[in-house]
Ligand binder design. Structure first.
Ligand code: ATP
Length: 277
């Protein structure tokens, strides 16, 4: 059973011109436990609106959203300030955890664990408005993690983070996904999408690809003869998105005949292995 099921979900807004802006236009999506879905697409393609629908922040104009009974969905929004409720770190955790964690000791334990996990070393009475944008982003991620959600929706969670913090968040997500949490991660950095099980690509409010990362970046290379593959554009290319460096390099190596046509490396270490073969 999916944790969240969207059927022909639509979010339409009235634009100033009097026309309708179809931010999400007929998207069907099932989110299952323990999967990591990357949502990719150009600016304005509807990713954040879809995230808000999954979290339950945005009402549908049409279609349905069904969630498993008692489901805990937490989101981290693109603008870190938009979701901060407390003045201090202590308050922020307290507001977030109090509705479902009664014990103060348990709240404190979860707060310390979550802050440690994301690498934030501030005392609980730190005033949030004095944190940097990246630190606020890390705080929001920590608050979401502390509630141990069934579904975690992250809208460009690493946009303001330095490479070290970005890697830390990626490995936290790998670990929560292993424990059964479903993660929906919106990103413009397609390197991040190579870690996920599934990519969903949006274009003008519609889902134009839903499948494994290797087919998104390489197309269906396994069955198609190399001569045809060379002429075909991959789903990533059709959307004019910038593939990860590893994929670009592998495609060039394939063109030059230095890499097996069936190879689909996504991460640098996989490319090295394929090249060595
Ligand atoms: N509250 C709103 N009222 C009117 N139009 C909106 C509203 N929110 C979003 N839109 C429009 O819906 C479309 C999709 O926006 P959305 O923010 O979901 O895209 P996105 O893919 O997340 O973009 P980005 O990558 O730039 O963050 C855009 O054309 C946007 O202008």
């Amino acid at each position: 059973m999916p944790l969240i099921a969207l059927e022909h979900a639509r979010v339409h807004y009235a634009a100033e011109s009097g026309q309708v802006r179809k931010a999400v236009d007929g998207v069907s999506l099932n989110v299952y436990p323990g999967e990591w879905i990357s949502i990719v697409g150009a600016n304005g393609s509807g990713k954040s609106t879809l995230a808000a629908v999954l979290i339950g922040f945005t009402q549908l104009s049409g279609g349905t959203r069904q969630a498993a009974p008692g489901l805990a969905v937490r989101g981290v929004l693109q603008q870190p300030d938009a979701q901060v409720l407390g003045d201090t770190i202590e308050e922020e955790f307290h507001f977030s955890l109090s509705p479902f964690v009664d014990s103060v000791e348990e709240q404190l334990r979860r707060r310390e664990d979550a802050l440690h996990m994301v690498g934030l070393q501030f005392s609980p009475d730190t005033v949030i408005s004095r944190l940097s944008g990246g630190q606020k982003q890390l705080l929001n991620i920590a608050v979401a993690l502390a509630s141990k959600p069934d579904v975690l929706v992250l809208d460009e969670p690493t946009a303001m983070l330095d490479p070290g913090a970005r890697e830390r968040i990626e490995s936290i997500v790998v670990s929560v996904v292993r424990q059964g949490t479903a993660v929906v991660w919106i990103t413009h950095h397609l390197e991040e999408a190579t870690l996920s099980n599934r990519i969903m690509a949006m274009d003008q409010g519609q889902c134009v690809y839903d499948g494994v990362p290797s087919s998104f970046f390489y197309g269906s290379t396994v069955e198609t003869p190399p001569a045809i593959v060379a002429e075909e554009r991959t789903p990533c290319e059709r959307l004019r998105l910038d593939p990860p460096f590893t994929v670009k390099t592998a495609l060039l190596l394939k063109q030059q005949g230095f890499l097996d046509q069936t190879a689909t490396p996504l991460r640098p270490e996989q490319l090295v292995k394929e090249a060595a073969r």
